[in-house]
Design a protein around this ligand. Structure first.
Ligand code: NAD
Length: 453
């Protein structure tokens, strides 16, 4: 049996060993999920809703345990990890309203009436990255289960512990055997079987654009449904008329949250030239004042380590050919630490301006007018998130309409809410998660004509 040693990224010390499923074991569990599907589909909507609320209640009772597990497994700050476990509970509660609201339509046609149904797909395969193991799992499995599908879920190799525990909590809450199965393993083994096995009818993938393209190509073989939530290189656009103090104070949290390992990280800051010096001065104070400490021993830590030695090497590799303007603190520990780092950029062709670094590194560039800001923001293959700081409502609306991304915030650094849709333009993804319509993405629409003559 192959196993993976989970390390605490703050200290590089082993936490536990996790067995990795083989292709054969994965097939058995997929087939068990397929067998569980007809009975789960036929559970009365109100009863399915009750079971999802029961699942939410059990997660709620274990928020602290899940949060502490995530601090050890992923190096998340305790505050973030508590929010993440709570987000799983909130998503389950939110989508527990869906089974009773999978509405169809009635379409008038000559000679009768046509009615629509929302039919669940069967087994849904959810593939999760390591950066936000709990919320991203929940954004997939909660609406998929609510729509009447059974779910197999593959956590990332590096961060399987909270997903495994949530799988146990589902059984404790009363979900029938085979309805929700967590299968730890390698992407090239377990993830690949999700793509290849014909009983898996949809892949809900979150991860890198590179792997997302392979998944999309693999799914094409069976015309398998797919949602892709991929990478980003989002812009934070600060106009001179904005509340510069607020923009500078929040900018670190828009990019350095989760040590920059965030698909929505606003890792390019565009600042209108007349406010550039003031903004940079304030940003420097904010970055130097960040509390970068071991989340395992400091519950007030604001930024923890990177996930792995490999990720640290990748991130610091991006700093080889740039000049660092200033950086914040980092503790002297054996884990995978990189301080929050600010780089000044004046050339949109530079690697640091274009690549998704996925670490605590931000590049800052001045611009001269609104048109240039929009052009620079859009000069990327990605289009996931973004922020705009201005006091001019008209400008905020024009720029928000001009920026090619799926999610934007004005005068705020907050990026994701479970009750509004989330997803990317361009190579940041395909389809939307979250929001009230998410369960529809886990159904097929069926039209039935009934003759009345
Ligand atoms: P990754 O693409 O390496 O892995 C993601 C998942 O896919 C893991 O579970 C992995 O095991 C699995 N996988 C790998 N190869 C596979 C294959 N051939 N077949 C099936 N599954 C396979 O991504 P990562 O490094 O874990 O996560 C970081 C990336 O995720 C970043 O690019 C980030 O922007 C992106 N991300 C996007 C969003 C979003 O919502 N758009 C959210 C979080 C992270």
């Amino acid at each position: 049996m192959t196993t993976h040693t989970v390390l605490n990224p703050a200290t590089a010390q082993p936490v536990t060993e996790v067995p990795l499923a083989s292709a054969e074991e994965t097939d058995v569990l997929i087939e068990r999920a397929a067998e569980a599907f007809p009975a789960w589909r036929d559970v009365a909507p109100g009863e399915r809703a009750r079971l999802l609320r029961a699942f939410a209640a059990v997660v709620d009772a274990h928020v602290e345990e899940l949060a502490e597990l995530e601090v050890r497994n992923a190096g998340h700050t305790l505050g973030n990890a508590r929010w993440e476990a709570g987000n799983v509970r909130d998503c389950l509660n939110y989508y527990s309203a869906s089974p009773e609201r999978l509405f169809g339509r009635q379409i008038p046609v000559p000679g009768g009436v046509d009615i629509t149904f929302r039919e669940p797909l069967g087994v849904v395969g959810v593939i999760v990255p390591w950066n936000f193991p709990m919320p991203i799992a929940g954004w997939g499995f909660a609406p998929a289960l609510a729509a009447g599908n059974t779910v197999v879920l593959k956590p990332a190799e590096l961060t399987p512990l909270t997903a495994i525990r949530i799988g146990e909590l589902a059984v404790e809450a009363g979900l029938p055997e085979g309805v929700f199965t967590v299968i730890p393993g390698k992407g090239s083994v377990v993830g690949q079987r999700f793509v290849e096995h014909p009983a898996v009818r949809k892949i809900c993938f979150t991860g890198s654009t590179e792997v997302g393209k392979q998944i999309m190509a693999g799914c094409a073989e069976q015309v398998k449904r797919v949602t892709l939530e991929l990478g980003g290189k989002s812009a934070n656009i600060v106009f001179a008329d904005a509340d510069i103090a607020r923009a500078a104070a929040t900018a670190p949290y828009a990019v350095f949250d989760n040590a920059g390992q965030d698909c929505c990280a606003r890792s390019r800051i565009l600042v209108e030239r007349s406010a550039y010096d003031e903004f940079l001065g304030r940003l420097e104070s904010a970055v130097k004042g960040m509390r970068v400490t071991d989340p395992g021993s400091d519950p007030d830590s604001e930024m923890g380590p990177l996930i792995s030695a490999q990720q640290k090497a990748t991130v610091t590799g991006y700093l080889d050919d740039v000049e660092v303007a200033f950086s914040g603190p980092a503790p002297d520990l054996d884990g995978f630490w990189v301080p929050p780092t600010v780089v000044l950029s004046d050339d949109p062709a530079e690697r640091i301006w274009r690549a998704e670094v996925f670490g605590p590194v931000v590049a800052v560039m001045p611009f001269d007018d609104e048109a240039e800001a929009v052009r620079l923001a859009n000069d990327t293959e990605y289009g996931l998130s973004g922020s705009i700081f201005t006091r001019d409502v008209g400008k905020a609306l024009r720029v928000a309409r001009g920026v090619e991304t799926g999610n934007l915030s004005v005068n705020s650094h907050a990026a994701v809410r479970y009750w509004t849709p989330f997803g990317g333009f361009k190579q940041s993804g395909l389809g939307r998660e979250l929001g009230p319509d998410a369960p529809n993405a886990f159904t097929e629409e069926k039209n039935v004509f009934i003759a009345s003559d």
